[in-house]
Design a protein around this ligand. Structure first.
Ligand SMILES: Cc1ncc(COP(=O)(O)O)c(C=O)c1O
Length: 378
């Protein structure tokens, strides 16, 4: 399969998105979770056609978005979604916060598993809750730790599957046990499945709602925005599979679907229906970059260790041999002019780690590791 090309750096630097605007031109930006590949051709066509029609008004997510997602999820994961149980939301962040507002009373604990996607730490208090941490153990869910936490009756658990930043795909067995515990203690599970289409060769994604019993206790958030690189278009979906969680979703603010981006809906429909061959090419390309990064680290930057991710285009690099806290990130930035996410943003147990975005060309990846190696050698 042909790998996806990436435009040269001077062309990428013309982009106006956050990844390319945060830093001066001498910095290689590998932090923000945006990829450098061109948009999938069907997505480009859908957006161009909308511009040609001057079609930039309010969105109509239903039924097209729900049908397209259901078709994709059925084909890809054998996950039978009822399109009438799909609700469009602005983005995954808005979806999680709005659900938490409905499930949480002021000050209620909400469980998350650091190191985890940094905004989880903000979404919980935004909804009035209090973060209750159950740390990952060796990159996996700490199921006994979760049971102890659930016994204290938190308002909800926000799961990240696949788990950013460690790139772990929770197994069917782990999720089965999680659902058993959540059911036993009556803790609703909000499963952020935004990275699901980005599961790489070697791993298998299990949608939480395919676990027996999950329908009564869990809700899933899915979006095309990570895998097809559409974050700026503002469109995600909440999926339920049973009346209890559907009732919660039914209490979302009435205007919720109106707050979705029209271009996001059009692009997502194109992605889910005609963008799957491109997605497969993307996964082959990311698999190639993952292997390249492994070789580069072993050859040139052996102070840094990692466990290759099972999903995502994000690498969680253990730089504790270089420093603690955000020191490695600062060193790579100031001496190497490579921008990475500092590990402590993902939780205190991210001390000494950095997160690197390998959704880019082999050339940029190689240049970044060279610069990091030089910075670390000083
Ligand atoms: C786990 C996770 N959830 C949510 C988001 C953000 O999604 P959205 O832009 O739809 O809020 C990201 C972005 O990288 C993410 O990694």
């Amino acid at each position: 399969m042909d790998l996806l090309p990436v435009a040269p750096l001077d062309v990428l630097r013309r982009r106006r998105s956050a990844k390319w605007r945060f830093h001066p031109d001498d910095v290689l930006p590998l932090p923000v979770a945006e990829m450098d590949f061109d948009l999938a051709p069907p997505v480009q066509d859908a957006l161009r056609a909308a511009v040609d029609r001057s079609d930039a008004g309010y969105p109509t997510p239903l039924p097209t978005l729900a049908d397209a997602l259901a078709g994709f999820a059925g084909e890809r994961w054998g996950w039978e979604i009822d399109p009438s149980a799909v609700t469009a939301v602005t983005d995954v962040g808005v979806g999680v916060v709005e659900l938490l507002r409905l499930l949480t009373r002021p000050g209620d604990p909400v469980v998350i598993c650091p190191p985890v996607y940094a905004p989880f730490f903000g979404w919980v208090p935004e909804a009035g809750g209090r973060v209750f941490e159950v740390l990952l153990v060796d990159g996996r869910l700490d199921l006994p730790g979760l049971e102890r936490a659930f016994a204290q009756h938190p308002a909800a658990f926000v799961l990240c599957n696949p788990h950013n930043p460690v790139g772990r795909v929770h197994t069917r067995e782990e999720l089965t046990e999680l659902v058993r515990l959540a059911t036993a203690y009556g803790v609703p599970v909000i499963s952020d499945e935004i990275h699901a289409p980005l599961v790489l060769p070697g791993a298998t994604f299990t949608p939480i709602l395919t676990i027996p019993g999950a329908a009564a206790i869990a809700v899933s958030l899915v979006s095309s925005s990570k895998a097809w690189n559409l974050a700026g278009l503002k469109c995600a979906t909440i999926v339920t599979a049973g009346p209890r969680l559907a009732d919660v979703v039914g209490r979302l603010p009435q205007d919720t679907p109106w707050r979705v981006g029209h271009f996001g809906v059009l692009a997502s429909v194109a992605a889910y229906t005609d963008g799957v061959p491109w997605l497969d090419q993307l996964l082959a390309t990311l698999d190639d970059r993952r292997a390249l990064l492994g070789r580069l680290l072993a050859e040139r930057l052996s102070k840094v260790s990692w466990r290759p991710p099972e999903a995502t285009f994000l690498a969680w690099l253990d730089c504790t041999a270089i420093g603690t806290g955000a020191a490695p990130r600062e060193l790579f930035f100031t001496r190497g002019r490579v921008a990475l996410e500092p590990g402590p943003r993902f939780g205190a147990n991210g001390s000494g780690f950095v997160r690197l975005n390998f959704g880019t060309s082999a050339e940029i990846l190689e240049a970044a590791v060279d610069r990091m190696a030089e910075a670390a050698a000083v």
